[in-house]
Design a protein around this ligand. Structure first.
Ligand code: C2E
Ligand code: MG
Ligand code: MG
Length: 730
């Protein structure tokens, strides 16, 4: 069991570094180290001699301690017996070590690691003390020594600052930045220092956790980092450009990464710097080993739901890749992936199922790219992939593969769930590019792909950016449209399939913008919702269409009106009042009106929505579930709703002319509706085959281009009258 705390460690550093002579430094190090791991005895072996023996009484087992320094793990003490012993190298050339011995429990990985850090600090202190002692004797070297003394002072200060930050539980990035910053400052004016940490995945890729210095000068020396991790000790090498020093970082005894420094000139002048970097690496090890900070690393860089790197880590990796890219012959592509219809699943099946689905999506995404590529979850239902050495053609192929893979059904919460994905691609063209800019461009392309319909893959083009900006100006345009009367309503009849008689009309809003031309409600309704304009727009549609249908009813007395209602309207505190006021002014009975709500709207606000629906139902208004089948609402929930009508989504009707499974699905919905006492309306009937199939299945009502297209109010009465005679069904 560990009893050390960061406070004790801080004290240790202060005491050892404050010592003015070797004897004091050793005595204080041995005593504190022994106490911190609850050991009984300890000593230092230095240049073949036992020093600072602690806890042995009169008889120090010198030979045994020397054997421990040489690798023995048990120490026989007369009258006491065998103790577990661990020798912690002081660094430097000799087999010098800080030894502690304990009765009972052997030393664990964390204890060993901490002892190693303590031994390193002692080694550094001893070497500095010796240098200082020599200084008194060697006048000729006075100046160099003075610098060393200063360096030592700065090293001590720097390490102390870091140690304090660790014990004060400063945020991890701050501690790591203090390490790289402190190391760079101490090592050399032109030093670049980077901390590379292994990611959690099976391939344990290295990613940059902190850097200091001019990193754009070239690639971080990942090879050196790996070599230091493999070798388990600090390495120094010269590579034509300069010197690279790498010191390994351990977390709970395991290799976790490396601290790497790049310095100008040859390696031989940097022996001392290697020790210093090692001391900083020990600080990183201690910071990371602290259980809470280990947690913070993962939290800071990974998404807990999918285990994928998060946005911050993705951008870091992308930055590194872009910085190290040699030429334009190996372009990097970024894919921005957004799920289609994820919100519907999340709203209707719950967040737990939503999380489950995201984790499954993450797994599929990984299987669509190479092991060396990076996938990340940016947030919500947005993912990204970084493809190395991938020109735009290759990236487009991967994008297509992703769309196909996500289209396959997922098994979530005991049922099959269908979603989709839209993908935007941006490829690096300039030699150096900001990672954010590349990701933004991919995002813009994705936004554009989504607009073109689900399941698209689009490559970024500069003109798309202008379009994305457009999105913002839409808000102002929508406000103006409402004020200036740019909106219109078209009406599409609903038909009784048995005899082809129109029973009602659905009001569909239209917008001809003077600057944009025709804009589909599919595009502007979500934006009106986003900007809170839908309540006013929806009320305008209701008032306009209610007045219109009231007029038509003089010739078609039983004509009903279906109006689409957005979730934002439904939860508005005065929604029921607003509806009743519009009907009263128009003189339309509430029994003639059916409000259409989508499943996801009902599921996202189950309680609020339900209350308003009951009020309206009580006032005689009918309720319909629009686009039924796209939202996975539970049957149990449906039964609690005061619903009269189900409108089966177009997607199912498009398949209804087929046989087999698709037909069975529509049949199930129709039968289900019958059991619940609901009427069914098939949306989007586009041909005679679909119409025949639906009638055979017993679907009562229908709507679609094959029957009537949406029409302006001026044209509709004539059409209704004509079709009534013609009977499109018969
Ligand atoms: P919706 O309520 O499901 O409306 C049916 C949509 O399908 C309409 O598109 C209609 O023109 C189209 N449609 C009808 N028959 C066929 C067919 O045979 N084939 C195909 N492919 N499409 C057919 P529209 O008018 O573009 O409206 C799209 C959506 O915009 C509506 O879907 C509705 O969700 C929303 N919307 C329209 N008007 C309003 C409104 O006043 N308020 C609100 N909140 N939403 C509205
Ligand atoms: Mg509708
Ligand atoms: Mg619909």
């Amino acid at each position: 069991m560990l009893t050390w705390s960061t406070h004790l460690l801080t004290e240790y550093f202060t005491a050892v570094n404050a010592a003015e002579d070797e004897e004091t430094a050793i005595a204080s190090a041995v005593e504190r180290a022994t106490e911190m791991v609850e050991a009984e005895t300890g000593a230092v072996v230095r240049e073949g001699r036992v020093l600072g023996a602690y806890g042995f009484g009169g008889t120090v087992p010198e030979a045994g301690l020397l054997a421990v320094a040489a690798g023995e793990s048990l120490l026989d003490v007369p009258q006491v017996g065998e103790l577990h012993a661990v020798a912690n190298p002081l660094g430097g050339e000799n087999a010098d070590a800080l030894i502690v011995c304990r009765d009972g429990e052997a030393f664990g990985a964390e204890e060993r690691q901490m002892l190693q850090g303590m031994a390193q600090v002692l080694g550094l202190a001893l070497r500095s003390i010796r240098v200082l002692a020599a200084e008194r004797h060697l006048r000729a070297e006075k100046e160099r020594q003075a610098t060393t003394a200063q360096t030592r002072q700065r090293l001590v200060e720097s390490l102390l600052t870091i140690q304090r930050a660790i014990s004060a539980r400063r945020p991890l990035p701050e501690i790591l930045d203090a390490v790289t910053g402190g190391a760079a400052e101490l090592l050399h004016g032109d030093a670049t220092v980077a901390l590379l940490l292994a990611e959690g995945g099976p391939d344990r890729r290295l990613s940059v956790a902190s850097t200091c210095g001019r990193t754009e000068g070239g690639p971080v020396h990942e090879a050196a980092a790996r070599a230091a991790m493999t070798g388990g000790s600090a390495l120094i090498s010269t590579d034509g450009v300069g010197t690279v020093i790498a010191a390994p970082v351990r977390v709970t005894g395991e290799m976790a990464g490396s601290l790497v420094a790049q310095l100008p000139g040859d390696a031989d002048q940097y022996a001392e710097q290697r020790d210093h970097l090692d001391a900083f690496a020990q600080q990183v090890s201690l910071a990371l080993t602290d259980a809470r900070t280990v947690e913070a690393v993962r939290e800071a860089h990974h998404d807990p739901v999918t285990g994928l790197p998060n946005r911050a880590l993705f951008l870091k990796i992308l930055n590194r890749v872009l910085a190290s890219r040699g030429t334009e012959t190996d372009p990097t592509s970024v894919l921005f992936i957004d799920l289609d219809r994820f919100k519907a699943v999340n709203d209707s099946l719950g967040h737990e199922a939503g999380d489950q689905l995201l984790a499954l999506v993450a797994r599929r995404l990984r299987s669509c790219v190479r092991a060396s590529d990076t996938t990340a979850r940016l947030g919500g239902d947005e993912f990204a992939a970084l493809l190395h050495d991938s020109p735009v053609e290759a990236a487009t192929v991967v994008g297509g593969r992703i769309v196909a893979s996500i289209k396959e059904p997922f098994r979530v919460a005991g049922r099959e769930v269908f979603i989709g994905a839209s993908v935007g691609i941006a490829t690096s063209r300039e030699p150096v590019e900001r990672s954010e800019a590349l990701l933004d461009n991919a995002d813009v392309a994705m936004y554009r792909a989504k607009k073109e319909g689900p399941g698209r893959v689009l490559v970024y083009e500069p003109y798309m950016h202008t379009e994305a900006l457009d999105h913002l100006s839409l808000r102002g345009d929508l406000q103006r449209a409402l004020r200036e009367g740019e909106f219109r309503v078209q009406y599409q009849p609903l038909i009784r399939l048995a005899d082809g008689a129109p029973t009602g009309v659905e009001a569909l809003i239209r917008w001809h913008s003077p600057t944009r031309g025709f804009v589909s409600p599919v595009d502007f309704i979500p934006i009106a919702e986003e900007f809170g304009l839908i309540v006013d727009i929806g009320q305008w549609v209701l008032e306009t269409s209610a007045a219109q249908v009231a007029r038509w009813r003089r010739h078609f007395p039983d004509l009903g009106l279906n109006v689409n209602v957005s979730g934002h309207q439904l939860v508005h505190p005065r929604f029921a009042d607003n509806v009743m006021r519009a009907l009263a002014i128009a003189g339309l009975p509430s029994s003639a009106v059916t409000l259409e709500l989508t499943e996801s709207v009902l599921m996202s606000e189950p309680d609020l929505g339900k209350a308003a629906l009951h009020v309206l139902r009580g006032l005689g208004v009918q309720l319909s579930i629009d686009d039924f089948g796209t939202g996975y609402s539970s049957l149990a929930y449906l039964r609690e709703l005061p619903v009269d009508e189900l409108k089966i989504d177009r997607a199912f009707i498009a398949r209804a002319e087929l046989t087999g499974e698709d037909l069975a699905l529509v049949r199930t919905i129709v039968e289900l509706a019958q059991i619940l006492g609901l009427r069914t309306v098939a949306e989007g009937i586009e041909n005679a085959a679909q119409l025949t199939a639906l009638r055979r299945l017993g679907c009562a009502y229908g709507q679609g281009y094959h029957l009537y297209r949406p029409a302006d109010p001026g044209d509709l009465p004539a059409r209704l009258a004509a079709r009534l005679v013609e009977d499109p069904v018969g």
